[in-house]
Design a protein around this ligand. Structure first.
Ligand SMILES: [Zn+2]
Length: 300
């Protein structure tokens, strides 16, 4: 568990920083109880319906990418996931992070596709590196546009029968007729004008802060895609004279020796550490059951 000394050091680093660059991945949402993507829980069972048993899959990630699924089944999973993204609660880790960063100059880069940040942070301080479930794109993609899907996904959700969306209802591209696809990282992920605008905004923020006291705060980034957040953060801390690296991560709080003197690794639960940084009691971490708070088996 994080020591009081580490809590104080971390608080001081954030308080004295000119800027905070926040890099967030799935561990942040997992710490708020959103684990269906990697673990079998009630949410997964609801989204999967009978498909979990049919394909003997026990988390959304494995089921969604199972090649045996029909198109209609895959769309049923997608529509239920999208609906959950719109209707689920706001994760407590996100609310706590917003409180921690209030009044600071900060920017968020995230690989999370669950849009939790948009509930508590301004749009213009967020860059989505791997897209967002709330949008669709052409699956080819034949044109550079993403489509906000709240109304359409809600309408189609009601058409799911036997864990399947009928083929004739699968949404199609208005230009070429190909299926639409979720705007999330895949081999056809659309990184067009919209995507570049967000990436440029992030890069501009980084450029403005190269010489300042900048804290890189990494929350729950695993080793599936370290090239988006973890490795760039380490490189920038290495090169920027006044940068400091903080990683809060129960499983992958790794610090290369080259930046050891300007880093702090906290191998603990994000939900708990944020509470401690805010001076709140750990019991207030109602985002997870008490038994789960220190559960090391959480997948990040
Ligand atoms: Zn198209």
């Amino acid at each position: 568990m994080i020591t009081q000394e580490e809590v104080n050091k971390l608080k001081e680093k954030i308080a004295s920083a000119d800027a905070v660059v926040v890099g967030v991945a799935s561990g942040m949402s997992a710490a708020s109880g959103f684990v269906f993507y990697y673990q079998e829980d009630e949410v997964f069972r609801h989204i999967a319906g009978q498909l979990a048993r049919k394909y003997d899959r026990h988390n959304m990630f494995d089921l969604f990418y199972d090649r045996r699924l029909t198109r209609g089944e895959q769309w049923a999973l997608m529509l239920r996931t999208i609906r959950y993204v719109y209707e689920c609660y706001t994760g407590e880790t996100y609310l706590d992070l917003a409180e921690l960063l209030a009044g600071k100059e900060y920017y968020v880069a995230t690989t999370n596709q669950d849009a939790q940040f948009y509930r508590v942070f301004p749009d213009d301080r967020i860059t989505r590196i791997q897209g967002d479930w709330r949008f669709w794109q052409c699956s080819r993609p034949c044109h550079d546009k993403i489509y906000y899907n709240e109304q359409e996904s809600c309408r189609l959700f009601k058409e799911i029968k036997n864990d399947t969306l009928p083929d004739e209802l699968i949404p199609r591209c208005p230009h070429c007729g190909a299926e639409l696809a979720p705007w999330v990282r895949s081999h056809t992920f659309l990184q067009g004008e919209y995507y570049r605008r967000e990436m440029n905004r992030y890069v501009d923020f980084l450029r403005r802060n190269t010489k300042r006291k900048t804290v890189f705060l990494e929350l729950g980034v695993g080793m599936m895609t370290p090239m988006f957040i973890k490795e760039p953060f380490m490189n920038m801390v290495y090169q920027w004279p006044q940068a400091f690296y903080v990683t809060i991560n129960p499983q992958h709080a790794i610090i290369p020796k080259e930046i050891a003197s300007k880093s702090l690794a906290v191998k603990d639960d994000i939900a708990v550490v944020l509470k401690q940084l805010l001076g709140k009691t750990i019991d207030a971490a109602k985002c997870a059951g008490k038994a789960d708070i220190f559960n090391p088996s959480r997948v990040y």
